[in-house]
Design a protein around this ligand. Sequence first.
Ligand code: AMP
Ligand code: MG
Length: 697
Amino acid sequence: MTFDAVVAVDWSATSGRTRPGRDTIWTAEANAAGLGPARHHPTRHAVTGWLIDRARRAVADGDRILVVLDVSFGWPRGAGQALTGADDPLALWDWIAERLTDRDDGTNDRFALAGRMNAVLPGDGPFWGRPATMDVPGLPTGKPRGRFPPWRAAEDAMIAAGGAAGRPKSVWQLAYSGAVGSQTITAMAALSRLRGALGADCAVWPFQPPDAPVVVAEVYLAHVDPVERAFRDGGPKDAGQVRAMAAGLRRLGAERDILAMPDHPDAATEGWVLGIGFEDALPDAARAAARPPGDCFALPPGVDWVPVDVLMRTLSAIRCAVGEGDAGVADAAGRVLARDVAALRANPPRANAAVDGWGFAHATLRPGPIPVTPTRAAAGHDGDPVPPGHAARILTGAALPPGVDTVAMQEDATAADGTITLTKTPRPGANTRAAGEDVAVGDPLLAAGTILRPTDLAAAVAAGHATLPVRDRLRVAVLSTGDEIVAPGTPGHGIFDANRPMLLAMVAAWGMAPVDLGQVADDPDALAAALNGAGADAIVTSGGASAGDADHLAAVLGARGTVDHWRIAVKPGRPMALGRWNGAPLFGLPGNPVAAFTCMALFARPALLAMAGAGWRPHGGRIVPAAFAKAKKAGRREYLRARLDGQGAAEVFASEGSGRVSGLAWADGFVELPDEAVTVRPGDPVRYVSFAALGLG
Ligand code: AMP
Ligand code: MG
């Protein structure tokens, strides 16, 4: 049973907000685009909300998603029934959710609740363990001789299997080193919330048949301990575990039915650990997934030169790789909107005047001078009610006072002796704006995936938003390679590193977070070390991308990551390496600055935007007349450095040589010539892609 995505969660009962570190909350996702970075969540509320959103997105996309958590989904036989009256673990989750207070700031009252549960459950305990400083009625500090067994059938099975799982702790133990009881209580409450939010779209294994789009199951993260180190990616052990678990389960799920119902009779009430029975296969699958042979970047078999269209189709499989959070509107420019946003309030919120003038109730007017009531309504200053038959001074933007439905323009009235006389009678309702005439509450406003422009911010604020749900910025690392490359200003004849400032600036211009990895020589170990330090969602390198002797990047990727060489049927820039390093997609651009720019702008950009959550946006372009003549052969698509002349026709840079970096500064766009042979004469239609349309204006 293949899952489109597997999300592994390392749960934690820690009180308060946490920073990334050990024993806090981590998630990682494996999907068709590969294995994402480990993501830290500051509180249980935050991660639960994130999981609900992620699951809903899967449902909306028609995807199947497996969400696994390292907590016990039930208690040893009989305890749930003694508490809730039903032998139904899902009823137990709801029972706990109703009683546990787990606040937004991460603080919770699990110890007090455990004390109350002890009072109801027969015998001493079963819950025990609490901070020494905390006096909780009914909750002993030491282990009581309770009536309930310490382990479920699942733990018994793991203890019998030995190996990495070792000797699990009992769910009754709430405190001290390695305790897991508190995690179970807090997770049950959160899982109840998750189920409530997803309804029939969610199935809990093994309590329900796993045939919903979202399947939630329990895992034991220690099952991937044999391989987790390779997955840490600079993070703590928890990060390595969730990444290895997500990668391993997705891989294994494609090969066999991992969600077959466990045949132990108690599994249906106590829960079961997904992973029992394939203790060796799971870490093996994680290891294999780290080097997928059929990666989404793999060249179609038998293909040598790849047409640009095939490259683009392959790249378009890349999925969003970042989380989301709320940003103040002032900080949201250039960010990717994470969800559809509707109006929270009407715009304008109240009916108001569209001009400076005189307001009155149209139906109460009598012929002749109209007495003026002394009140004055201005923007931000409400006026008093206006009696029937009277008029009042009203200024643009002022809320219509009670008794006013029409405004006469100042120019259409003469004022004298406490009265006005209309020189032109307005229509009923004239010169007013109705409440909500622009936007009504609930009107769709902005679509998920929008890259927020200044205008979008104004619309959002006018419709009541102080914050917006935005994607985390995609972190894109940039590395230059080559023995001849030196820092600008270095004496001698080295080649100044022109690519890095350009590529970093492109990343920033696209609203992503650039990570400068500097420059390394053509040395495999130095390259690997630099790439290992990336700490990014995606990596862009330049230089060494072809398969030549000195092209160490390709060699290192081949040996230690994954790589697919693409000889792209494009000019400039045909050698491009696409691969993965520690799970992060890597775009190995050619070293030549013109080729590097072209490949980055036209090929890496849409893939990076898709990873950033903005959806698939390949370059477009528009048809303009050519201001040049050229004949080209069939076989490669060509991108000429171009700019529009005063008549809107495209002229091209004098030299097509890709060494001519000056042409980059001369141009303000590309002319795209098709794969086929063409002869272009002045005035012929050609496709022009402006740098501005690529976010690089
Ligand atoms: P390569 O792709 O490594 O074979 O490099 C192709 C050409 O681009 C060579 O002439 C390199 O010197 C040049 N080149 C590579 N990297 C850079 C860079 N960061 N800045 C400027 N030129 C570069
Ligand atoms: Mg080189």
